[in-house]
Design a protein around this ligand. Structure first.
Ligand SMILES: *Cc1c(COP(=O)(O)O)cnc(C)c1O
Length: 355
């Protein structure tokens, strides 16, 4: 199967080989030093400010979102949450569940965030929560604008960059972001199971002061154990070894900018080739990670035919857009040949009258 979903995605052979042997024991100096390298490379790739830390929790991306909400924010915060789709909604649900004082800024599906949306938000707010790339619609938010807004109003910035990391440019220091979250199964292109959280000194001091809300997702625990390259509980060891392979390879192959250009090129190729089709890009400002398309046909049927008759996975949408939106991912180990195979499948489906 060719996989053009947005996670889990296709991995390269060096990553795959790691999963072909039994998982090694991990309370060893060797694993600790590998984890220290993981932390160092992640902070480097994100251009995290000096004295930032990075922790690796064994959970899916949502575990990281919940951990951030519980460990970094608190009852005294006044939180603004950007909700442009199902991932924004997840932050809203988390803030509600954990009884935070929050205001939701609801956007239309596919709409970018503009300064006028923030006109009622002032410097009485203390935390700004956003999914840099709202993966359900494919919208990439204007992080520079958000960052300027937060700097001006002295608001702490918490960024879910789970699907944006590597695909789109992110500079933690420049953005003055306190938390940046990413996950193993998106552009890191390894197995699912690990959520990666970079924490600025400002986030670290919030965590230090906050009352413990949880045990398994505790960032205090993760940070203390991370000092010696360890985790409090048995982690997804194989996934962490794969992350190490990927980060090292990216570093050796010209760094994160090089990798980002590759993803951008793939996205541009697909967008160009699908111009003649009766599809319309959902996002006003699309991320390189994925393209969401509106279609007049039944989107779920297109996804199913691709899977059953062409052995290609593209991504369906859930909820109210299950019938009119499908998505094509551009992350993972996708070759130019794979991209051409996908386009040829679309061409054939069109000639069969299915599109
Ligand atoms: C994938 C993703 C997540 C995490 O989803 P999980 O299924 O919990 O890994 C969170 N936010 C965004 C923007 C995502 O793309």
């Amino acid at each position: 199967m060719l996989n053009f979903t947005i996670g889990p995605v296709m991995s390269d052979n060096r990553v795959l080989e790691i999963a072909s042997v039994s998982t090694p024991y991990f309370r060893t100096p060797e694993f600790s030093s590998l984890m220290k390298e993981n932390e160092k490379l992640m902070l480097e790739f994100l251009n995290a400010p000096v004295s930032s830390r990075c922790v690796f929790l064994t959970a899916s991306g949502t575990g990281g979102m919940e951990s951030a909400v519980m460990n970094v924010l608190n009852d005294e915060d006044k939180v603004v949450v950007i909700n442009g789709g199902s991932f924004g909604q997840r932050f809203v649900d988390l803030c509600k569940l954990h009884k935070l004082n929050y205001t939701e800024i609801k956007l239309n599906f596919g709409e970018s965030l503009k300064p006028e949306h923030l006109s009622n938000i002032d410097d009485s707010y203390t935390a700004f929560v956003v999914n840099m790339h709202e993966t359900s619609s494919g919208v990439l938010y204007d992080m520079e604008m958000i960052s300027e807004f937060c700097k001006t109003n002295n608001i702490f910035l918490l960024v879910d960059a789970i699907s944006a990391f590597i695909a789109d440019k992110i500079d933690m220091e420049k953005l003055n972001a306190g938390v940046v979250i990413t996950g193993s199964q998106k552009a890191l292109a390894v197995q699912p199971g690990v959520v990666v959280m970079a924490l600025s000194p400002q986030a670290l001091s919030r965590i230090e002061k906050n009352r413990e809300q949880c045990l398994y997702l505790s960032l205090k625990e993760a940070l203390i154990n991370g000092e010696r390259g360890q985790t409090p509980f048995t982690p997804a060891v194989t996934t962490l070894l794969q992350i190490h392979q990927r980060l090292t390879d990216i570093s050796l192959n010209g760094g994160i900018e090089q990798e980002q250009k590759l993803i951008e090129k793939r996205a541009n190729f697909i967008r160009e080739k699908l111009k003649g089709f009766p599809f319309e890009i959902v996002a006003e400002t699309p991320s390189n990670a994925v393209t969401a398309y509106y279609t007049d046909n039944n989107a779920a049927e297109i996804v199913k035919t691709m899977k059953d008759e062409y052995n290609i996975w593209i991504c369906p949408n859930g909820g109210e857009h299950a019938k009119d939106v499908f998505r094509i991912g551009h992350i993972g180990n996708i070759t130019q040949e794979d991209n051409e195979t996908l386009i040829n499948a679309f061409i054939e489906m069109k000639s069969r009258g299915l599109i």
